[in-house]
Design a protein around this ligand. Structure first.
Ligand code: GLC
Ligand code: CA
Length: 553
């Protein structure tokens, strides 16, 4: 196949370095900590590691506020550590993917420090400035982290735009110098031998603040294509590296623009339609409702069937999202079964699977008793805002338990020992108490753990290309409880069946005649799943992958 690519066949693992592994007892994860765990990734079989930002940063938003793109955050280590990580990973055939935040910088970045000095500073135009209107903000645009998106800069009397926190001023992409500077950052990291980039909120770079347009501005695709030419492809590597855009509002048409290979923009995008289905339309993410699994099925299958000119990402978790086993699964009695079911459902589909640290052992959401134990700026700002607006504290905490980004940010659970083996010091954020039960050490020792199930799913993509390139054909479309689909590639045919719920079911796989096919169970989360597909009994969260061969009579 001419359009085969390593990143289509890969499984990518996301590391949130601050919470991954601390090597020097300061309570903060770091790059030497990641190096210590490289053999774990080799064992697991992942092909690339995406690191959330490791650059210099005052950490207003945990590294998504970068003050120097060419240097490493002191807490995380040095550039030597980073070079060593890239080299050691390479020895194990693992690529490093850098997280690039190009929509904004930190207000402590040299460009912004210069820019705010005066209206005619040569960096002024790197950012977006507007005069006050009637002595107030230029317009009513809001920040994603509560409050106005405009901040008055006293010294020059103008407002600057910040879609995120006021310590994250937005870059002005209309300025060609900004676009050149950004491409230089890409080149610098390419020369270090990284395998690609994840592009933070890249859909926002074409914004037009005066028209209150943030995502999907008219020049968005022109800018990304230019970044491809001057950055991703600066060393002729445009086709070899992987680029993944974070695009919250991409629909199929928009995703196609980004990812159709002839457009030379990005390899794939993260879109969030499937993961936001528990939110009330038009409201904040905190205002949730119950998930209707038919909605989830409709969304997942739509992307599988209609997004064919570009490549899909497959993910449940990241550092901004609740833990999937708590979110769409069952983190109580059926934690292990439902975590494996969700993994099977996702990894069976067409696209590149992403695993977020801890997902592979079935880590769960956290419920801290008090707001002072939370660290995330989005959570803390929302709490203040809603308290001021008169919401009941219990209701706010309830939303936080469901949706806070800190659910994903508690330390990785390595062992049954102190602080889950994450640190010998004081962790920067509390460890989930369930670590004695849920940790890597225990999971490694247990063949039936969620971890071993992930390892098998990852391995399937290596041994059976049907899971990568095979055609996707859903069945049982109207069944509320069951997600089922075929993957076919040449003469290979697999059937993936997942019971999304905690109740027993018997289903009919109508197009299969048990006397005419031979079924083999490739993977299951129960020891004794049925091989007969007519009147197939399924237990709570049962998930099975069958290989199906026709019997030649
Ligand atoms: C992205 C990141 C998130 C960050 C925001 C601003 O959504 O994933 O963690 O806060 O962008 O950079
Ligand atoms: Ca440390």
């Amino acid at each position: 196949m001419s359009d085969r690519r390593w990143w289509k066949e890969a499984v990518i693992y996301q590391i949130y370095p601050r919470s991954f592994k601390d090597s020097n007892k300061d309570g903060v994860g770091d790059i030497p900590g990641i190096i210590e765990k490289l053999d774990y990734f080799k064992w697991l079989g992942v092909d690339a590691l995406w690191l959330s930002p490791v650059y210099k940063s005052p950490n207003d938003d945990n590294g998504y506020d970068i003050s120097d793109y060419f240097d490493i955050m002191d807490e995380f280590g040095t550039m030597e550590d980073m070079d060593k990580l890239i080299a050691e990973a390479k020895k194990r055939d693992i690529r490093i993917i850098m997280d690039m935040v190009f929509n904004h910088t930190s207000d402590e970045h040299a460009w912004f420090i210069e820019a705010r000095k005066s209206k005619n500073n040569k960096y002024r135009d790197y950012y977006i400035w507007r005069d006050p209107v009637d002595g107030k903000e230029p317009n009513d645009m809001g920040s994603c982290f509560s409050g106005s998106a405009w901040q008055l800069d006293e010294q020059t009397g103008q407002y600057y735009l910040h879609i995120f926190s006021k310590k994250q001023p937005d870059l002005n992409w209309e300025n060609v110098k900004v676009r050149k500077s950004v491409a230089e950052i890409v080149e610098f990291w390419l020369d270090k031998g990284v395998g690609g980039f994840r592009l933070d909120v890249i859909e926002n770079i074409g914004k037009i603040p005066d028209e209150k347009i943030v995502a999907n501005g008219p020049k968005l695709h022109e800018y990304i294509h230019e970044l491809y030419e001057n950055g991703f492809n600066a060393r002729g590597t445009g086709e070899d590296i992987v680029t993944i855009g974070e695009c919250w509002s991409a629909d199929i048409d928009i995703a196609t623009k980004y990812t159709a290979p002839e457009n030379k923009e990005l390899s794939m995008v993260f879109q969030f339609e499937h993961i936001s289905l528990d939110e009330q339309k038009g409201k904040a993410k905190w205002d949730t409702k119950e998930l209707d699994p038919l909605d989830l099925k409709r969304v997942l299958y739509k992307w599988q069937i209609e997004h064919t000119k570009g490549w899909n990402t497959l993910f449940w978790d990241n550092h901004d999202l609740p833990r999937i086993v708590s979110h769409y699964g069952n983190d109580g009695e059926y934690r292990v079964e439902s975590a494996k079911m969700l993994a099977t459902l996702l990894h069976g589909m067409k696209g590149t699977p992403f695993i977020y640290q801890g997902e592979e052992i079935g880590m769960t959401n956290i419920q801290f008793d008090d707001i002072v134990e939370y660290r995330d700026i989005e959570t803390l700002n929302m709490y203040k805002e809603r308290i001021a607006a008169g919401y009941a504290k219990e209701d706010i905490m309830k939303s936080i338990y469901i949706k806070s980004r800190d659910n994903a940010r508690t330390p990785m659970q390595w062992t049954c020992g102190k602080n889950a083996g994450f640190t010998d010091g004081n962790p920067w954020i509390g460890v989930n108490e369930n670590y004695r039960e849920i940790n890597v050490e225990k999971s490694l020792a247990d063949e039936n753990s969620v971890l071993h199930h992930y390892k098998k799913l990852i391995n399937l993509r290596k041994t059976d290309k049907a899971f990568v390139y095979g055609e996707f054909t859903p069945i049982l479309m109207e069944d509320k409880d069951i997600f089922a689909y075929y993957r076919t590639y040449g003469k290979d045919k697999f059937l993936i069946i997942c019971n999304f719920y905690g109740r027993d079911r018997i289903i009919e796989v109508a197009d299969v005649d048990d006397t005419k096919v031979k079924t083999e169970i490739i993977l299951s989360n129960y020891a004794d799943s049925s091989k007969k597909l007519e009147k197939l009994p399924l237990r709570p969260y049962e998930a099975v992958i069958y290989k199906i061969d026709s019997i030649v009579l």
